[in-house]
Design a protein around this ligand. Sequence first.
Ligand SMILES: Cc1cc2nc3c(=O)[nH]c(=O)nc-3n(C[C@H](O)[C@H](O)[C@H](O)COP(=O)(O)OP(=O)(O)OC[C@H]3O[C@@H](n4cnc5c(N)ncnc54)[C@H](O)[C@@H]3O)c2cc1C
Length: 416
Amino acid sequence: MKSSLNFEQTSQDDLHTGRSPWGGKIANPERAALSASLKTGIAIIGGGITGALTAEHLTSLGHEVTVIDRETLGHGSTKASTAMLQWETDASLQELTELYGFDSAADIYRRSSAAVAGLANLIAEHRIPCSFHPRPTLYLAAGETGERELREELALRHRAGLAGQLLPHAELAQEFGLDREAAILSPGSAEADPLLLCWSLLHIAASRGARLIAADALHFHAEGDRVVVETDGTHVIEARHVVLATGYVMPHFVMPETHATLSSYAICTVPQAPDRLWRDHALIWEATEPYLYMRATADNRIIIGGEDEDIADPQKRDALLPDKTLRLKERLVQLWPQADATISHAWCGAFGETTDGLPLIGSVPGARNIHAAYGYGGNGITFSYLASRMIAAMIAGDRQGWFENFALDRPAPSSC
Ligand SMILES: Cc1cc2nc3c(=O)[nH]c(=O)nc-3n(C[C@H](O)[C@H](O)[C@H](O)COP(=O)(O)OP(=O)(O)OC[C@H]3O[C@@H](n4cnc5c(N)ncnc54)[C@H](O)[C@@H]3O)c2cc1C
């Protein structure tokens, strides 16, 4: 196992530093103090985007839900996210095919695509004010991935029934003004303000009766068919099911082999004149490891991020922020020379990932009725949506074969 964050001691301040551009338009939902022990149907530990999506979905199904967070709702990694809502996973379809075979890999890609579509429907259904916009993605040739490799990737995606087209150099330059060997242009992704989305979902869940509670969940033990959550106070929460949505901090009894914590960096510019942005505000990312990515915001800023480092320690991560800010600015100017590269926000955060780029979703081995919802990697939010649906199915006793692709105890692949 590689570096990880301590479950008991990691605070939201350890998860990120600096300022991201999110939130502001709606009120942060309030948590109530835990003034007495309580019983609930489902206790969700963590009120970030994963807990929020899970709470919204479970309350829509009529479950009695309690969300427990020890700090401000949404102010964990959710606040630091750049919120590109993509279905292409960190591992290409080709890489996943090498690891798990074409049928499983194609199924994972199709489920990821369906998750972004499901999230779009949910936001539309509730008219959630979160600067959500459908966007295409541009996957740029970089490093050892040139036009030939992108054509092979695209052929596999087409075989899996997924849409996309190759843009060779000239077409990419003409249509998007980008100087790269080639790119894959794909429909079906999106962008949002992750904090507004998280808070809105929690408001919806609360309006259906979900309790939002301020407490630190420290220990979990079984009593008959119930799970008892011991908190930092004298009171306990007893639930039929517990969903762990604690982001990049995991209890020790969960910690799978495939998980590691890195550091990631991002900057945001001042608003651009609309004619200084690229076509369709496509979400742009590079076919390299670690990759660089770029998106626009609803108010025409440019966010560019990446420059990941294999560092879990928050102080070491933060010490690099000034240098990484300059480096990202340079890379912005290289990739998009017409940008006004005046920076309005710069931040960094812990970034959890897995060796195969897939999330950790499902029953916690050896812990009855405790479910984990850890949507790691660059598709964290897409996977959080998937987790909310999978866990609802598991609670209903509906375990499907494909859930194994995301299981916590899946064998760690040797390389990806
Ligand atoms: C720089 C950066 C860029 C990113 N870009 C993208 C992107 O473009 N697209 C994408 O999809 N994803 C992206 N991600 C990933 C995405 O942000 C995460 O997957 C997502 O925010 C995780 O949400 P969460 O709710 O699981 O965790 P969090 O938001 O961290 O929420 C967990 C909550 O649990 C609470 N908690 C923890 N332990 C306890 C406890 N014991 N008791 C009570 N409460 C507890 C915390 O206080 C916190 O509020 C990015 C992440 C970073 C850092």
